[in-house]
Design a protein around this ligand. Structure first.
Ligand SMILES: C[S@@+](CC[C@H](N)C(=O)[O-])C[C@H]1O[C@@H](n2cnc3c(N)ncnc32)[C@H](O)[C@@H]1O
Length: 213
């Protein structure tokens, strides 16, 4: 499937940015993986044996979970980010590096993964891409598999482009996300509001499950 102009625009902003250097600082990574972070609490509810990280960037989260996995698929629509992951993690058969089209996961087989997660990325995505990724999540997870999505809960301006919104959040809400997940065949197990910058409830963390039977 071709990328939309809006999807391409989001990717263009993610090229050549200082974000990755700042984000890779130990203190920035610790925000997610230490202490009483909501992300860590919900991540612990994923089984990590066969895991997909969507919109992995340059891979700062990978060392935090890779030792618990036997297969890790690192997906991003920017080739240079996937190349940076390969440089960091090497060519072990444990890792699959996947430059996708910004919309689907068509290279991944059906019903094959325990979990998929994405942090600090889907908040920026077009709603139509989120819908597509949710359908793909339902397709690639094994029954009983789970997904953890960090997504926007900002729906104040349906016609804005993402860069007009606080912290570049794209159009999405908890209820729209739950509706799309339901229609994709996933159930919400848990949700936690995330405050970003000074803005309360700007984002959410939602834990989804593909029903077992
Ligand atoms: C802000 S970075 C975060 C990277 C990583 N999740 C982290 O926490 O370090 C957002 C990432 O999303 C990727 N991205 C943007 N739009 C995408 C899309 N439609 N599909 C897949 N990846 C996308 C970008 O290339 C970038 O690597």
């Amino acid at each position: 499937m071709e990328k939309s102009q809006a999807t391409q625009g989001i990717l263009d902003v993610h090229k050549n940015t200082r974000y990755y250097d700042d984000a890779a600082q130990a203190s920035a990574v610790a925000l997610f993986w230490e202490g009483n972070s909501a992300f860590l609490r919900m991540f612990r509810k994923l089984k990590c044996d066969f895991i997909v990280e969507l919109a992995v960037g340059k891979g700062r989260h990978v060392p935090m979970y890779m030792d618990r996995a036997s297969k890790v698929v690192l997906v991003d629509a920017l080739a240079e980010n996937v190349a940076a992951c390969r440089e960091m993690m090497g060519d072990s058969p444990k890792f699959q590096y996947y430059v996708n089209n910004g919309t689907d996961l068509s290279e991944l087989p059906d019903a094959s993964f325990d979990s998929l997660f994405s942090y600090d990325a889907v908040v920026h995505f077009e709603m139509l891409d989120v819908w597509s990724y949710l359908k793909e999540t339902a397709r690639i997870l094994a029954p009983g598999g789970r997904a953890l999505y960090h997504h926007s809960n900002y729906s104040a301006h349906p016609t804005h482009v993402w860069t007009q919104n606080p912290h570049n959040r794209n159009f999405m809400s908890d209820s729209i996300f739950e509706h799309l997940a339901d229609r994709a065949g996933l159930v919400v197990l848990e949700r936690e509001a995330i405050h970003w910058g000074q803005i309360e409830n700007l984002d959410s963390l939602t834990l989804l499950e593909k029903p077992a039977g």
